[in-house]
Design a protein around this ligand. Sequence first.
Ligand code: ADP
Ligand code: MG
Length: 779
Amino acid sequence: HSVMERILQRRSLRMRNMQRAWQESPEGRKMMDFRKSLPAFKEKEMLLQAIARNQVIVISGETGCGKTTQLPQYILESEIESGRGASCSIICTQPRRISAMSVADRVSAERGEPLGEAVGYKVRLEGVKGKNTHLLFCTSGILLRRLLSDHNLNGITHVFVDEIHERGMNEDFLLIVLKDLLPRRQDLRLILMSATLNAELFSNYFGGAPTIHIPGFTYPVRAQFLEDVLEMTGYKLTSFNQIDDYGQEKMWKTQRQLVQRKRKNQITTLVEDALNKSSFENYSSRARDSLAHWMPDCIGFNLIEAVLCHICRKERPGAVLVFMTGWEDISSLRDQLKAHPLLGDPNRVLLVTCHGSMATSEQKLIFEKPPPNVRKIVLATNMAEASITINDIVFVVDCGKAKETTYDALNNTPCLLPSWISKASARQRKGRAGRVQPGECYHLYPRCVYEAFAEYQLPELLRTPLNSLCLQIKSLQVGSIGEFLSAALQPPESLAVQNAIGFLKMIGALDEKENLTNLGTYLTMLPVDPKLGKMLIMGAIFHCFDPVLTIVSGLSVRDPFLLPQDKKDLAGTAKSRFSAKDYSDHMALVRAYEGWKEAEREGSAYEYCWRNFLSAQTLQAIHSLRKQFSFILKDTGLVEEDASNNNKLSHNQSLVRAIICSGLYPGIASVVHRETSMSFKTMDDGQVFLYANSVNAHYETIPYPWLVFGEKVKVNTVFIRDSTGVSDSILILFGGALACGVQAGHLKMLDGYIDFFMDHNLAECFLKLKEELDKLLQK
Ligand code: ADP
Ligand code: MG
């Protein structure tokens, strides 16, 4: 025991010496000067005392005041200084991967150490940390995962939960679990950090925990609304040509485009009225809804371009931050701006993007100072609203929308719609412009629309499907899912909980009594959506691992097939070249990926991507995710080290199709052929449309009675993204009762079908399935 203590003491001493040496070095001093200038520094002693005296505290403060980078660091420094460095262990959660990574990078730099020394990070499937790491930035999902296996968080001394004002699902979930844990770990310290001022809500949840506000300073920012912006730029909304798509998925089928065009003309009039009339409230609620829905179309990229030109030509120096709804829009706008004589000139404009899936090298660009006389323009998602602070922003352009998933419990469909932000978000966006001097904010919507915004956004727990969450709750062994969730800050409706439980039962992750099945237990080990996790496990069991691995990785990253605005047809044709008449977007993905690997070996990857409208960056991301999934699957023992065995049946197309079906079920639509057209109906009899870049959208007929699909998205009407044609027999064997419930009863019940399904080698597969699933069941 005392040997252990001596080792700890010695390590603590070494940590203290290193810290002091850095703080006294010239660079260290310079860094300290910057850190001392942050508003959080003035409150440092008070904060340290409050944390020492209270088990839970809530801290709020203006974005950029130093909460994330400074507060966990203060604890670390003070523990090291008082000789307890080696025994402290601090965790700070972030809602997004990218912030966990960039903050850890920043804090290491502030401490003059390489990443992975005292400070590290861990995000899904990736991380940099070492045995000397005492401050770990991780996503909230990672901490939840750790809680699954370590119910008491042994060894952890401090937990920071950051950005709680966002009310992300994982954060709300974490708070339930941590609240339950606190009585068992009296020595554990919990610090909640939030940007806005609804600290009371959280304080009350933790029985009146003390709240501390860090006062900050920002310069005044002038808000201008659409009416002012139009006057300022001389931009006219009247002609249809100036209205282009914004914030909408751009994959309409042709007949829908016509309808859309007609609506747009009506909406233009509506927007003009909104600009002239004093209040949005004067409209009927239906007109308001449709205005809210169509507004972004009217705004369009061209207006953003006009505003940016205005700033570059007429305004004082200072960087510009443009809030957009998502990655697709950001990249299309970037392409458009690159072609512009002024905005695309690298000697005058430094154009950078900021979104959840950007590369680390790109991240650094955001903080970089441009050369003199070059204006920095950052195109960002709402990530730049609170979690990333760019200091030199003077101008903000706010489209007023954010893409958020909403969830309609009645129809059990997640919707991914760009929807209006809240007043709190609009204020937050505006505030980004006043960090270094007085700023300007251009809201691209009329003032009366702003007046109609909700005060705060609905918590994520109340607007997303709860499938993954419920599975995780089960593995926490905390009893009934419904009861557990009723302890949330704002509990979800019971219908949403019932839907999730029903889904988990249907895919065979839970049994009738809501207990985890063996399949369910495996699924909790895989950091993916339960459906995709199941597909991976099935791919492993059936020895067709590689193609399934590519599909699952592709579905969890994003579509590598690009669809540039002006070359939709060419891009569509390029994609269908990969389909080889197998009526499957998923197989097209596999071929595209394999072709890319091949081209890489030959050194022609660049041309390959260019010719086939593929994103090299996405393919690379898929490639690394594949490796990581493969590693985890080997770790759980579900696939063997020997690759050849795992892929014995990979060439069997019907089998791969069947595995896709087993994962995506119950995402199925029946193919209804009429004389001249085809339509698609889901299980609940709802009509769905195919995205125009689906390979299946290019056929006149589809020789399969069913399409299985991964995602159903509501964008005005319901669309399905990627789909694969499957036969009746596949559906019954792999989608139906058997693959649904990996249960002995079901297996017996289906014995009678064996003779019936002799096509596509499925009888053999079926026997194999039965045998393997039985084995899985026994494990
Ligand atoms: P908060 O969490 O309160 O919003 P942060 O701790 O994230 O604030 O940021 C504090 C300050 O550190 C900000 O002024 C920000 O500009 C600066 N900062 C944060 N990350 C970086 C970075 N990677 N490079 C340069 N400056 C940074
Ligand atoms: Mg922060």
